[in-house]
Write a protein that binds this ligand. Structure first.
Ligand SMILES: NC(=O)c1ccc[n+]([C@@H]2O[C@H](COP(=O)([O-])OP(=O)(O)OC[C@H]3O[C@@H](n4cnc5c(N)ncnc54)[C@H](O)[C@@H]3O)[C@@H](O)[C@H]2O)c1
Length: 250
């Protein structure tokens, strides 16, 4: 799909990777609808790029349904969906304070996996009804993580949520193929966003050391440029692409 003039719904767009995607797609002429729980962040980005901001929790069915409607009514048919909303808490199965907080495990799955699914189901419900453009109706891009396969100690909940995101890519691309909608996922390595701001320099350096080349953290703009490429390249479907400088976490 040629990007210019299309409409995108981007979650987690008030910070980090989602913000970079919104800024990059807007620079390519995409009309952007930004969804985030962070009211200040999403409005700051929307003001900068002349986008539509919706403050909503991706796990809430009614809020997401109304976000889809607002974006579609204001900006036109949603051809691109990019799910970036997420959290990355760390906790051990048995930590210093005892057993893993079960609510924290549920919350992580709820936001990272159920939230992405909620956005997909409500956006796709609309997308399947659009006319095709050049043989396509649209594309959905989810954010997994290399933790889906290489989760570290303390990442059980996060890794499980991202494994779920990676796993639903193929079945949903199979289902939506008949509607000419592609489903892809990106599994980033360690990206320089507010999500990793809490890591000490020592931990960051140790992670960078595991990268083969280039030896540095990934940049949000590199993620955004891959999103744009996936939108434009009609032969990319049903896969999860690692974006990680060949880092392999052990
Ligand atoms: N930064 C990394 O190293 C890295 C690596 C792999 C995967 N990821 C994934 O990339 C995605 C984006 O992460 P980031 O690094 O940009 O983090 P970030 O913290 O900068 O941004 C995440 C955004 O999601 C929003 N959000 C959280 N819960 C929400 C909810 N329930 N409803 C709506 N919005 C919500 C936050 O408000 C925030 O603006 C996440 O899914 C994360 O797991 C990040």
């Amino acid at each position: 799909m040629k990007l210019s003039g299309l409409t995108a719904l981007i979650t987690g767009a008030g910070s980090g990777l989602g913000e970079a995607v919104a800024r990059h797609l807007a620079s390519q002429g995409v009309r952007c609808g930004l969804v985030d729980l962070n009211d200040e962040g999403v409005n700051r980005v929307a003001t900068d790029i002349d986008a539509v901001a919706v403050t909503a929790d991706v796990t809430a069915p009614d809020a997401v349904k109304s976000a889809v409607k607002v974006i579609e009514d204001t900006l036109g048919p949603i051809r691109i969906v990019v799910n970036c909303a997420g959290i990355a808490p760390g906790a051990k199965l048995v930590g210093r304070d005892g057993a893993h907080d079960l609510d924290l495990f549920r919350k992580t799955i709820d936001i990272n996996l159920v939230g992405a699914f909620n956005v997909m189901r409500l956006a796709a419900e609309r997308m399947v009804q659009y006319d095709e453009i050049d043989g396509e109706r649209g594309v959905i891009i989810n954010t997994a993580s290399i933790a889906a396969w290489e989760g570290q100690i303390g990442q059980a909940a996060y890794a499980a949520s991202k494994g779920g995101v990676a796993s639903l890519t193929l079945p949903l691309s199979r289902e939506l193929a008949r509607s000419a909608i592609r489903v892809m996922a990106i599994a980033p390595g360690i990206m320089e966003t507010p999500m990793i701001a809490g890591m000490s320099d020592k931990v960051k350096e140790a992670l960078v050391e595991k990268s083969l080349h280039p030896k540095r953290l990934g940049q949000p703009e590199e993620f955004a440029s891959l999103v744009a490429h996936i939108c434009e390249n009609a032969f990319l479907n049903g896969s999860t692409i690692r974006l990680d400088g060949a880092v392999r976490l052990s």
